[in-house]
Design a protein around this ligand. Structure first.
Ligand SMILES: Cc1ncc(COP(=O)(O)O)c(C=O)c1O
Length: 394
């Protein structure tokens, strides 16, 4: 049997390795506390689950869905965009359903990239942008996200020939893993870049609703001209604690949305309709519920930051997203510091290097950990002195 090169090139998905490490420790009887994956621990709220129960009983929902999603779902998404961001979209042509944002993010490269084409991809980044590029036969040109630049890519530093060759630019704000947020001025620059070089903009906006300290997430589509050049990926996973239900949407430029719909209609038959009905209910969730859900993460954020400062680290304090991104102590690498935490404190964090070369020197801690587990984890850091790094490192 001979497998395709793309399978040989494919590294195991970041969290597969981390899950194995946790399982191995737990098999030894060690109670590992994981600040690894960003998967909300809080259950899906009852009003959304009720919609699933009602939807499950409808025979129409037992049949194939449409790939693009129920018209009612698409309308719920565009109504939400209007209400939330003041962006007017046509539900028939500018919104489609995704089986979780990850599915659309993975497939969209097939709409824009032929073998040898170039995708501009931030580094560090959610790994699926690069993997989707590779699946389409494209090449990644990494755009470093540096702390000095507020973890925004420096579009001016992209060489002219690279910008001319590029077909797509990925951006993601609020950002995973750095926790950075984008400014309207940055989005304006992105639109100008897209127009100057005929580059399609793919904005992953999964965390716009998970925000702290009164910050309000922004949509790229609010930027003048954005609808000429871009589309945005949304997820219900994080905002409504729905990772298990796999529900997302792609919205924006009608030609781009249509291209993704054509790819999807050849690969999947849409998300289960009863789950789309959950999503319709979710999108109508009162603001107050979202605020109290975010307040849980904000409390955890503050505790994690305090504990990290207590051991001499200087974490970034994110205004949005589910992650704390923190530089490792001098002399350690992302991997060696993550290993130290596992060996000495039985704590799992994600090495920043797993998100790209420029993630080296950082680790990421997720806030999606039940409060009592979080307290145990943070207690393990209290009074801990980070040992000097072994001489062989760096
Ligand atoms: C930046 C980013 N985009 C997309 C996703 C996936 O979202 P979904 O659960 O809708 O597939 C994640 C999940 O962690 C993410 O961090």
């Amino acid at each position: 049997m001979q497998f395709a090169n793309r399978i040989k090139q494919l590294k195991p998905y970041l969290f597969v390795g981390i899950s194995r490490t946790i399982a191995a420790k737990r098999a030894q009887g060690i109670d590992v506390i994981s600040f690894g994956i960003g998967d909300p621990d809080i259950p899906t709220p009852p009003h959304i689950l009720e919609a699933l129960k009602a939807g499950a009983g409808k025979p129409a929902n037992h049949r194939y869905p449409e790939s693009e999603g129920l018209p009612e779902f698409r309308k719920a998404v565009t109504d939400w965009y209007q209400h939330r961001f003041g962006v007017s979209l046509d539900p028939a042509t500018q919104a489609i359903n995704l089986i979780g944002a990850k599915e659309g993010i993975g497939h969209v490269a097939l709409c824009f990239l032929d073998p040898g084409d170039l995708a501009l991809v931030p580094d560090p980044a959610y790994p699926v942008y690069g993997v989707g590029t590779m699946f389409a036969g494209g090449d990644v040109y990494p755009l470093p996200l540096n702390e000095e630049n507020g973890f925004l890519p420096d579009l001016d530093s992209i060489p002219e020939d690279v910008a001319r060759k590029a077909k797509v630019l990925w951006i993601n704000y609020p950002n995973n893993p750095t926790g950075a947020t984008a400014t309207p001025a940055f989005f304006k620059k992105v639109v100008a870049f897209a127009k100057a070089y005929e580059v399609a903009i793919l904005h992953d906006a999964c965390y716009t609703e998970v925000t702290y300290d009164g910050y309000k997430g922004v949509s790229f589509l609010q930027t003048p001209g954005a609808l000429d050049v871009g589309m945005e990926f949304h997820s219900l996973s994080k905002t409504y604690n729905m990772t298990g239900w796999r529900m997302g949407a792609a919205v924006g430029n009608a030609d781009m949305v249509n291209a993704l719909m054509r790819v999807k209609s050849n690969l999947d038959s849409g998300a289960p309709q009863a789950i789309q009905e959950m999503a319709i209910e979710a999108l109508a969730t009162p603001e107050a519920w979202i605020k109290q859900n975010n307040a849980v993460y904000q409390r955890r954020r503050d505790k994690v930051i305090k504990a990290l400062r207590g051991i001499g680290l200087a974490p970034n304090e994110p205004k949005a997203g589910l992650y704390i991104w923190v530089r490792v102590p001098r002399g350690y690498t992302s991997a060696s510091f993550a290993q130290l935490l596992l060996d000495q404190r039985d704590i799992v964090v994600t090495p920043g290097s797993g998100y790209g070369e420029h993630g080296e020197g950082f680790v990421r801690l997720s806030l999606t950990i039940a409060d009592e587990r979080l307290e145990i984890g943070l207690k393990r850091l209290e009074g801990w002195t980070i040992p000097p790094p072994p001489r062989t490192q760096r």
